[in-house]
Write a protein that binds this ligand. Structure first.
Ligand code: ADP
Length: 365
């Protein structure tokens, strides 16, 4: 119930009670004194029936009481209800959108409400300044990462090509092994640089999408095919549970969603010990396609739940299982999934060990 409705009903109730009591009292007194009064009374030279004059005065008295109540209600509204309501709306707006709402001048309110309004304005001012400073620092960090990554990419790509050329140039077995390892590492470095560039464009709001109708069954098939050599090498069974009836196309950025699925499937294989399995599946409902990647791997501890999507975070059990990894994949994957309107999340498997990651995409019209 709002404060206004509460005060209004309190006043209306009191007014009704007062009117009822005075009416009863009036009837009793009138019964006692009516015989003692003359039948007519003269007012301004006119003769009016006595009962009429007394009842007219009674009605005037009621109107006066109603006016006093209306005045009191106005005062309470102006002094307390309006300012508190404004501050409530301003707080809500500030909490939800970090935006200051200009407050009207409550000069006619009581000292305490005025003090509270001023304290609130000072608080939002200082929070806003801290927020602006944080944004500036974060923009500078993003710019730095972006410039550094751009600067690194060109020489790194050159080194990778040179190493790849050396790979086929008649080396001894030892030299070949060294060059193969250097090529592998240079591939990893180029991937990390690409990931850093993605992150800096996400953070500067320049990460763009090209939405189109995408046949997700085809994408899932392609991804399971691409990852079967890695799964085989790791002795992990990789399945795609095909749907019997087609689910329709999704509205998505094909390349970006492939990026998400590559990350999820690769993680599932890397974090599943030999002998385990990874299953990719999808179904449709409520105008969306739900995609799941389920593994029988090392799992994610409840304590890591809130950190797993943060940049550079790697859980302890994952570091022990795989020393390669940078903790950036899920951060980007969640951003992409969220930008498609379907949050990326995970749950521990109910029917055994391991984890299921899932996200959803809207069905294309
Ligand atoms: P990376 O795998 O390179 O460390 P990600 O951002 O892809 O980075 O993943 C972040 C962390 O989430 C991983 O280090 C690991 O702790 C955890 N994780 C992701 N996928 C799985 C999975 N399928 N099973 C267990 N842990 C996982």
């Amino acid at each position: 119930m709002s404060a206004r409705a509460f005060v209004a009903s309190l006043f209306a109730g009191s007014l009704a009670l007062i009117c009822l009591f005075t009416l009863v009292a009036f009837q009793i007194i009138w019964g006692l004194i009516s015989d003692l009064l003359p039948a007519k009374l003269g007012v301004f030279g006119f003769a009016f029936p006595t009962a009429f004059i007394i009842y007219a005065n009674g009605i005037l008295l009621y109107l006066l009481i109603a006016l006093i109540f209306a005045f009191l209600y106005q005062m309470i509204d102006r002094l307390f209800i309006k300012p508190v309501k404004f501050i409530g709306t301003a707080m809500d707006e500030f909490a939800k959108h970090s935006r200051q709402v200009p407050l009207p001048d409550f000069a006619h309110t009581i000292e305490e409400v005025d003090g509270f309004t001023k304290a609130f304005l000072e608080y939002t001012d200082s929070v806003e300044k801290v927020h602006e400073r944080d944004m500036e620092v974060s923009r500078m960090k993003s710019d730095f990462i972006s410039t550094a990554a751009h600067q690194l990419r060109t020489p790194m790509t050159g080194i990778r090509w040179a190493l790849e050329a050396l790979q086929t140039s008649g080396l001894t077995a030892d030299q070949q092994a060294l060059i193969d390892s250097a090529v592998g590492k240079s591939h990893d470095l180029v991937t990390i640089i690409g990931t850093l560039l993605d992150i800096s464009s996400i953070e500067s709001g320049k990460y763009k999408y090209k939405f189109e109708a995408v046949d997700m069954a085809g994408v899932l098939e392609e991804i399971t095919r691409d990852f079967s050599p890695l799964a085989q090498a790791r002795q992990v069974a990789l399945y795609y549970n095909k749907n019997e009836t087609p689910l329709g196309k999704a509205r998505a950025d094909r390349e970006r969603i492939k990026w998400v699925l590559n990350n999820l499937v690769e993680n599932a294989i890397r974090y599943t010990p030999a002998g385990g399995s990874v299953q990719v599946s999808m179904d449709a409902g409520l105008g969306r396609i739900f995609i799941r990647v389920k593994d029988t791997g090392i799992g994610i501890k409840e304590g890591d739940r809130s950190s797993i999507f943060e940049r550079f975070y790697r859980a302890q059990n994952a570091v022990q299982k795989e020393n390669s990894g940078n903790g950036l994949g899920l951060y980007i994957a969640r951003t992409i999934a969220t930008d498609h309107g379907g949050d990326l999340n995970f749950e521990p498997n109910k029917d055994g060990q391991g984890t299921t990651f899932s996200f959803s995409l809207p069905l294309a019209n």
